[in-house]
Design a protein around this ligand. Structure first.
Ligand code: ZN
Length: 86
């Protein structure tokens, strides 16, 4: 099956936009400052916030996406502004 790289409605390319959740935890030192080196680091990409963004910064279009049977990114429905605000 022919694969077409997903494009924005405006004609520009789309990029995968991923939001990463990142936590650091620090011990508090006797002088009241946090230790320089974190005792715990947690980093995770949140798939439910991952979406396709237009490469054009002036274009606000965003889309959800899925993968086809060969694991290639395919564009799904447009994410409207109201949904984005949540
Ligand atoms: Zn666009």
């Amino acid at each position: 099956m022919n694969y077409l790289v997903p494009m924005c409605d405006c004609g520009k390319k789309l990029i995968v936009f991923e939001q990463i959740v990142h936590f650091n935890e620090y011990n508090i030192l006797r002088n009241g400052k946090p230790e320089k080196k974190p005792t715990f680091v947690f980093k995770e990409g949140h798939l439910n916030t991952t979406r396709l963004k237009c490469e054009d910064e002036g274009c606000d279009n965003e889309y959800s996406f899925d993968e086809d049977e060969e694991g290639r990114i395919v564009r799904k429905e447009k994410i409207d502004e109201a949904q984005n605000a949540e």
